[in-house]
Write a protein that binds this ligand. Structure first.
Ligand SMILES: C[S@@+](CC[C@H](N)C(=O)[O-])C[C@H]1O[C@@H](n2cnc3c(N)ncnc32)[C@H](O)[C@@H]1O
Length: 250
């Protein structure tokens, strides 16, 4: 277990001590916090402008930094659920006066559809129902994208390796140079053994799909978007989305 001693050191199981003000201590505490948050379903406790959003707020702030930087014409998201993330991206589009959202989900439950369609941000949102890797669905998504649009893609549907790899192959064509396709929830690799996990998550996860995708696709690299502001000592994201930001470089 971890403890803090009288001298404000973090003391971990093997007796190692880290100054509580060090980046190393922050990383250990963050990893423990992420795992505890997984077990307690902390990410299932937020809403954005009235709609439940199943995201770590840290990831929402970081993707906001990226969206403000690249100012996409179109944001495509697979995985709608209650619609909170669609509403979040729509609110950013309204604030920066640019962009629209296309969401895809295999099942848009009637009460979620109704709540999203009656939301004041709905003019920014189009929804398509069907599997994100169905060629016809991908072609419907494509109708929302014009030549030379700046396009950002977020993959947050089925998080199996196979599904995400297929999504990466099918949706990467939409991504403009300098923008990203984001394979969310690679955290699965780190929560094997936790509640609601499976043993094969060590490799059956979006992070591995992202890593394998860039091996085969030299136009894309996995990068950490630069923090636009940082006067602190922490330079790594606290995230459910490790190795998620896949940037199109050519
Ligand atoms: C993690 S939730 C999405 C959360 C949402 N993006 C948010 O931030 O609140 C995953 C969603 O993916 C959808 N889904 C699962 N398999 C899918 C598939 N093959 N194609 C499209 N959506 C799928 C589920 O129905 C579910 O609503």
């Amino acid at each position: 277990m971890i403890q803090i001693d009288e001298a404000n050191n973090l003391v971990i199981k093997d007796g190692k001590r880290y100054d509580i003000g060090s980046p190393e201590a922050f990383k250990i505490i963050s990893d423990v916090w992420i795992r505890s948050g997984w077990d307690t379903k902390y990410v299932y406790s937020f809403a954005w402008m009235g709609r439940p959003v199943i995201q770590l707020p840290e990831d929402m702030i970081r993707i906001q930094e990226v969206i403000f930087d690249i100012k996409p014409d179109v944001i495509i998201e697979t995985g709608i659920a209650h619609g909170g993330s669609l509403i979040f991206y729509a609110s950013l589009c309204k604030a920066i006066e640019k962009g629209k959202i296309v969401g895809v989900d295999i099942e848009i439950r009637p009460h979620n559809r109704e709540a999203i369609e009656s939301h004041f941000l709905s003019p920014y949102i189009s929804m398509i129902e069907g599997s994100s890797i169905d060629a016809d669905i991908v072609s419907q998504v494509g109708k929302h994208v014009k030549e030379n649009d700046t396009v950002l893609v977020l993959l947050d549907s089925n998080h199996s390796y196979e599904h995400v790899l297929n999504e990466l192959k099918m949706y990467s064509n939409f991504v403009s140079i300098g923008s990203y396709i984001v394979a969310t929830d690679g955290i699965m690799e780190y929560v094997v053994g936790a509640p609601r996990s499976a043993p094969d998550w060590a490799t059956n996860n979006p992070k591995k799909a992202a890593e394998d995708f860039v091996q085969e696709n030299p136009d894309f690299i996995i990068v950490e978007p630069k923090f636009p502001f940082n006067e602190g000592q922490i330079s790594e994201r606290v995230t459910y989305w490790p190795s998620a930001y896949i940037k199109r470089i050519k």
